[in-house]
Design a protein around this ligand. Structure first.
Ligand code: SAH
Length: 348
């Protein structure tokens, strides 16, 4: 196993057969070594800096029915909300005051926000905070829509591929097309965004074979960012009774991602912090280098419920910047308050 890990560390690549062997045979000692190598890789690329993004969950209306997700259209129990442009700008103002230089606008696929409205939101944020990056995470749109948003000033786009197994993807996403999701990612790349793909860990039906597909796809796409978090069941979804993903497996996937894509911006996700009080610290030590605290108004936070038990007070609240900073420092990292673009990216 060490040999394979060393090869991955040196070449940032091992093939499908080697990766499958590694996933099947990794024992705890190997895992510790893998995590060390991922950490070393991160020190060589970005150093021990952790970047911060302010997450704004601006709508929980969604037309899709992803079986794992608490805000799926069929969940009649979800208490739906939308933020107005003024409310979003107010949140950005608070974020700006706290030192955030990236605003991540995330939401369900909500047609209330037409392309023109999204363009207006991006334009206004950029006018008021020109030194800040705008990241969108609003699902699958046409090439033309993505292009309009980019031309309005959006810098980054998060669209997890969720799983690179077509078969599993189609089981989890009724009436959705795997090919379209993947095409969206290629379109975003072509337009010039910093692109974030990624997947959940511990989904029912996932296996070492499907993880191999995830890494081969990531290596081909070369996204600037990758989002990885444990699957956490939500009580009002068809997957309510399934097991959640584990911290251990999630951390292995983070470490592998850092080794395959040394320059990736990799968040220690909220979901990881939800299943394990030290989850985010463990993620950072395994190669993650981004934290994405919640900036959404406290009044709507509980409603943006993708999974159960999502933490939304204390450390998770972006307002509590100091304690986040303390935790990052205690784990051996320093908070970097710059925009934190991928080092290999330049706006087209
Ligand atoms: N509508 C946007 C944003 C989705 S929400 C889109 O389609 O991209 C952001 C991410 O939350 C999803 O990509 C998914 O990976 C994750 N997520 C959703 N439900 C989850 C659950 N039950 N457990 C863990 N993560 C979940």
């Amino acid at each position: 196993m060490r040999k394979l890990i060393n090869k991955l560390y040196k070449e940032n690549y091992i093939d499908e057969i080697e990766l499958l062997e590694l996933l099947y045979n990794l024992n705890e000692n190997d895992a510790t070594y893998l995590i060390e190598k991922a950490h070393e890789t991160m020190l060589k690329t970005y150093g021990n800096r952790v970047f911060m993004r302010g997450l704004i969950e601006f709508t929980n209306y969604c037309k899709r029915n992803c079986v794992y997700c608490g805000i799926r259209a069929a969940n009649k129990k979800a208490d739906r909300y939308r933020l107005s442009i003024d409310e979003i700008l107010e949140v950005c103002k608070e974020g700006d005051r706290l030192g955030y230089k990236t605003f991540v606008l995330q939401g369900g696929e909500d047609e209330f926000y037409t392309d023109d409205k999204i363009v207006e939101i991006i334009t206004e944020i950029k006018r008021k905070f020109p030194y800040s990056a705008v990241t969108l995470s609003i699902g699958e749109k046409s090439y033309d829509s993505y292009k309009k948003f980019y031309d309005a000033g959006a810098d980054r786009y998060l669209l997890r591929h969720e799983t690179a197994s077509k078969e599993l993807y189609e089981k989890l996403h009724p009436n959705a097309s795997f090919e379209n999701r993947i095409q969206c990612l290629w379109n975003l790349k072509e337009i010039g965004y910093q692109v974030g793909a990624g997947f959940m860990v511990g989904l029912p039906g996932q296996s070492n074979e499907t993880f191999v597909k995830d890494f081969m796809f990531l290596k081909e796409l070369e996204p600037e960012m990758v989002g990885i978090g444990p699957f956490i069941p939500h009580k009002d979804t068809p997957l309510a009774d399934k097991e959640r993903g584990t911290t251990y497996n999630t951390i292995i996937m983070l470490a592998l991602t850092r080794l395959f894509l040394p320059y990736v911006l990799l968040p220690a996700t909220t979901a990881l912090g939800t299943i394990d009080p030290l989850g985010r610290e463990k993620g950072l030590k395994a190669g993650a280098n981004v934290v994405m605290p919640n900036l959404s108004p406290v009044s709507v936070r509980e409603k943006y419920s993708l999974y159960d038990g999502k933490i939304c007070t204390g450390d998770e609240s972006a307002q509590c910047r100091k304690c986040i900073e303390n935790r990052i420092n205690k784990a051996g990292f320093v908070l970097d308050l710059s925009r934190g673009d991928n080092l290999n990216w330049k706006r087209k």
